[in-house]
Design a protein around this ligand. Structure first.
Ligand code: ADP
Ligand code: MG
Length: 314
């Protein structure tokens, strides 16, 4: 293709909300054989919502949610947003001084001053978060987070988590001061176009794979809905990049589509990295393409555009 053709394609992409960072990426997209999709925030709507709250100690729901939301208020993960959203509503309707004040609407302002002060926050990618509240450690995340920190998961808690997972939900465990105090169930529906895009790619000769840091049970249930047969679950961020390299081994051109900090090593390792526009800045920086409309159909648009620009002059 001539430089002009590349410029035109870049312009057409931009007009359609597909930002292309350079002619090389545009050229590579033509030959994409595999598309590796991240699950949370990529195949799913990122409209994760809390469906279940189970508290296992003497603490009431308000106290429990306040602890969890305070910790999660430091994070931008779709799970954090879901928990804060739920807690905001809970707080609005639960606290009479908030409910009855006509000036109040359900927004972040009603949370200021109510959330607890947190210290030493850190996110453990693919696992969850950790910080200190009232000088006690709080952990919010999956089994491996609690395992890594030496917190015991009692049998009845494990049962609750398994039940959530079998229903395509993610079970989030909460430990405070090394004690398991509760579980949250998070439902994150697929993007409406997900299954159609997977099928469309298949017809174009492109195979779809799902990788996720989430657990196997939830992952399989979600992949099935999307029509994806090849699933890799419980994958750490570095592991996502390894999976890209695995598919590249025979010289295949591999695309990665992701939204999170945890996807950035894989986005960089892929021949074509595509970031969801609503994703984190780090993912957007690591990618060659930015899908501004957050619509998975634009994965097809991107490949199509490249094929139209390069295929005919081979
Ligand atoms: P994905 O690869 O599907 O985008 P992540 O790697 O972001 O998922 O997260 C993997 C798992 O780590 C989540 O399913 C959740 O159990 C846990 N996790 C990650 N971030 C958080 C958070 N902020 N709060 C609670 N749990 C989290
Ligand atoms: Mg994600």
């Amino acid at each position: 293709a001539t430089p002009t053709a590349v410029m035109v394609a870049t312009g057409v992409g931009a007009n359609n909300g597909v930002l292309i960072k350079g002619g090389d990426a545009l050229e590579r997209a033509e030959k994409i054989r595999y598309v590796i999709f991240d699950k949370t925030g990529t195949l799913t709507q990122s409209k994760a919502a809390v469906t279940t709250v189970k508290v296992f100690t003497g603490m009431n729901r308000g106290e429990f949610l306040k602890l969890v939301a305070s910790a999660e208020s430091n994070s931008e993960h779709p799970i954090s947003k879901a928990i804060l959203d739920y807690t905001r509503h809970f707080h609005f309707f639960e606290d009479p001084s908030v409910t009855n004040n006509p000036q109040n609407v359900i927004n972040d302002t009603i949370m200021t001053g109510w959330l607890l002060h947190t210290v030493d926050f850190c996110a453990i990618p693919g696992r969850g978060i950790q910080c200190y509240i009232n000088e006690k450690q709080i952990l919010v995340g999956n089994r491996s987070l609690l395992g890594e920190k030496g917190v015991d998961i009692p049998g009845d808690v494990e049962e609750v988590v398994v039940d959530l997972e079998e229903n395509a939900k993610t079970g989030i465990l909460v430990a405070y001061d090394s004690e398991l105090i509760g579980v949250l169930g998070i439902a994150d529906p697929l993007k409406r176009e997900a299954a159609v895009v997977v099928e469309g790619l298949f017809k174009m000769g492109v195979r779809s794979i799902m990788v996720t840091g989430d657990n196997w049970r939830t992952a399989r249930a979600v992949a099935k809905e999307a029509g994806i047969q090849d699933v890799r679950a419980e994958v750490m961020p570095a592991g996502k990049a390894d999976i890209i390299r695995l598919f590249q081994k025979d010289g295949s051109i591999v695309a990665m589509v992701g939204d999170g900090i945890n996807d950035s090593p894989a986005l960089a390792a892929a021949d074509v990295g595509m970031a969801i526009g609503a994703g984190t800045d780090i993912a957007i920086e690591a990618a060659d393409y930015v899908l501004m409309k957050n619509n998975l159909e634009d994965v097809i648009t991107a490949i199509d555009l490249s094929r139209k620009t390069f295929a005919r002059i081979r």
